[in-house]
Design a protein around this ligand. Structure first.
Ligand SMILES: *Cc1c(COP(=O)(O)O)cnc(C)c1O
Length: 372
């Protein structure tokens, strides 16, 4: 039996330090807006390479808060258009529409599943004010073409770094490339808490101040409310857990890279399209949050693997524009996005997978090849 992601094994590997960290917070009697969050914010900002980090309740809130702060600061206005990859997780889109901004869906590049920079210019209007770059599956989405467009049209660059904690573009971490970035510490993410958690990183002092205030009822001073804020804070316990896990993030990501390389080198089922980085493997740009293959007979393949005890998942079966929640966009034609949603399959991936399990996945996948 190979689980898709064994969170229990991952968390056990941090013991006994994990229980000690929880106990430490328990014993302080202080559970919100305290020293653990403050220390984590400093350590994560330092890791990402930004001046500021604000701990928040989850990744969706991090995205929402960045956009809301920009509206408060007058840098964005309701109705402004934000360029976004059409095949992202729905949270990216929810944050945009929640702020009465307009997502402009751009097709991904079928080779690497990230937004196709060559399709952006055709979508830019006078209303276009920003790009929400999503480093999907753990893979950096920035490149020189993207930089050119951002500069040429003077766009704000926001990053959805929920899936890419630790990834690089050239020698900078993703999450430090634009005006602000959102991070998620959902348990299954590369840096995962024991519950929900998220963060905003930025170099911008004003944006930091407003974001921090609106995450805390719009208040920087107790009982003084400058903005109509919300309540979105990272717990002290989660911060203590994340501090511990952050110390090991680069080495955990390195183990993921080794597993990905093994998959790349050994999977030889001709029905399966391997990730782009299998063939462009000089760089550690990719933190392999997910190892995503493509197959025409995806559903059959998934059933076959499941019958052999290999758990897989689909990220994602329905694109945002096809969801009931967004009826107004159901009829938009986005063939690359739809092909991806019909064909992708995520193989088991975690830093704690043993070589034997990785090999078992490969053997069974290649066996399906001989059968048909
Ligand atoms: C997980 C995820 C989010 C949301 O994070 P939560 O912490 O679950 O709210 C946003 N965007 C992407 C691309 C994600 O994968």
């Amino acid at each position: 039996m190979v689980k898709f992601l064994d969170l229990k094994t991952i968390n056990d590997s941090f013991e006994p330090d994990l229980s000690r960290a929880i106990k430490r917070v328990l014993n302080t009697g202080w559970y919100l807006l305290g020293n653990e969050v403050k220390a984590f914010e400093e350590e994560y900002a330092d890791f990402i390479g930004t001046k500021h980090c604000i701990g928040v309740a989850n990744g969706l809130d991090a995205l929402r808060l960045i956009l809301k702060a920009n509206i408060i600061l007058g840098r964005l206005q309701k109705g402004d258009e934000i360029i976004v990859p059409a095949n992202t997780y729905i949270a990216t889109i929810l944050a945009i529409t929640d702020n009465q901004l307009v997502p402009v869906f751009v097709e991904p590049d079928i080779a690497n599943y990230n937004i196709d920079p060559h399709r952006i210019e055709g979508k830019i209007t006078r209303q276009t004010k920003g790009i929400m770059l999503v480093h999907l599956y753990g893979q950096n989405a920035m490149n020189t073409k993207m930089q050119e467009i951002i500069e040429k049209y003077n766009l704000q660059l926001f990053e959805d770094n929920a899936q890419a904690s630790g990834a690089f573009f050239e020698n900078r971490r993703t999450g430090s490339l634009g005006h602000a970035a959102a991070h998620s510490f959902y348990p299954g993410k590369n840096l995962g808490a024991l519950g929900d958690g998220g963060a905003v990183t930025t170099d911008d002092d004003e944006l930091e101040e407003v974001t921090r205030a609106i995450a805390n009822y719009g208040s920087s001073q107790k009982y003084m409310n400058e903005y109509q804020g919300l309540n979105s804070r990272l717990d002290e316990i989660q911060a203590a857990i994340l501090r511990l896990k952050l110390n090991r993030l680069d080495s955990d990501n390195k183990r993921r890279l080794d597993i990905a390389r093994y998959y790349c080198e050994h999977i030889n089922n001709p029905e399966i399209t391997l990730p782009y980085y299998c063939f462009n493997d000089s760089n550690p740009e990719h933190v392999w949050h997910l190892f995503v293959v493509r197959a025409r007979n995806r559903d059959q393949l998934q059933k076959f693997l499941s019958g052999k005890g290999i758990q897989t998942l689909v990220h994602y079966p329905i694109p945002p524009h096809k969801q009931k929640a967004y009826k107004e966009w159901n009829k938009i034609n986005l063939p690359v996005t739809e092909q991806i949603h019909n064909e992708v399959l995520s193989l088991p991936m975690s830093q704690m997978m043993t070589n034997a399990k990785v090999n078992a996945v490969v053997e069974i996948l290649n066996q399906q090849n001989r059968k048909c």
